[in-house]
Unconditional design. Structure first.
Length: 248
């Protein structure tokens, strides 16, 4: 297991956003986290990346207890993330943005070494033609790719993808799914939060379902789409329920 959480709990005032959630994630797999609005997905991501410390529970990265490590130390160990609201440095070009990611990565590269990684990553996510475009001139789909490139420039072992498919049209979703599968083929573990259920189902090896902070199910995509508890949790949102049973 590359990442393991046991009994993780976090509250905001009286609201328990994540309730004693445990999980184990296999190396080089795609682990999807789904759940209705307010289920605790982003809060759990923030616990994993180190933005929040859980009140109870332990987080292990390759058997090392990282529960109390700050975000930047987790990044150096190999845990990178994208953000739901993409935040590129708008006045910098694509290459400059990715350079920033590479220079703050775990390997302390000098500029020349970083440049090589940056060019590889930009090519990998399909941004070569936009290399010298200012980040704030990119459309949403390219901004999402840039966000991904910045995370990959850290040469991580785990990437946390926070709704990288949100706001993309079906063709862009398919291209992004291809990129995510290529990341997995390169030996990187992927943990993704998504609202687009059919897309998550298509590529995840294992899916964990949260509802009101609790883990209500875990299984393969087909197990999850037939799980009674999951179907009930999604009934409150007919659009999501339809996605769950296979409609697009
Ligand atoms: N910083 C915060 N302060 C107070 N309450 C918060 C905070 N962050 C999240 N919450 C609450 O915790 C619960 C879980 O929120 P979270 O954002 O983790 O859910 P989510 O599953 O990511 O939802 P969504 O799919 O809408 O992004 C919600 O009830 C939310 O209102």
């Amino acid at each position: 297991m590359i990442l393991k959480g046991t009994n993780l709990k976090l509250s905001f005032g009286g609201l328990v956003a994540v309730k004693n959630v445990s999980f184990e994630i296999k190396e080089k797999s795609i682990f999807g986290i789904i759940g209705p609005n307010g289920a605790g997905k982003t809060t759990l991501f923030n616990i994993i990346s180190g933005v929040y410390r859980p009140e109870t529970g332990t987080l292990y990265y390759k058997d090392k207890d990282i529960t109390k490590l700050p975000t930047y130390k987790r990044a150096r160990l190999g845990i990178a993330r994208t953000h739901q609201i993409v935040k590129p440095l708008g006045e910098l070009t694509v290459i400059e943005n990715v350079m920033v990611g590479a220079c703050f990565g775990k390997k302390n590269y000098n500029l020349k070494q970083a440049q090589k990684v940056v060019l590889d990553v930009i090519n990998f996510v399909g941004l070569s033609t936009k290399m010298f475009t200012l980040a704030n001139q990119l459309n949403v789909a390219f901004k999402k790719r840039l966000e991904l490139a910045r995370a990959l420039a850290n040469e991580p072992e785990i990437v946390l993808l926070d709704e990288v498919l949100a706001g993309l049209n079906p063709k862009e979703v398919d291209s992004m799914l291809e990129i995510i599968l290529k990341i997995k083929q390169n030996g990187i573990t992927i943990i993704m939060i998504e609202h687009l259920m059919h897309a998550t189902m298509k590529i995840s090896d294992l899916i964990m379902v949260l509802d009101s902070g609790e883990k209500i199910a875990q299984g393969t995509p087909s197990e999850i789409s037939n799980n009674q508890k999951v179907i009930e949790a999604y009934l409150g949102d007919p659009k999501l329920a339809l996605q769950l049973v296979g409609e697009k």
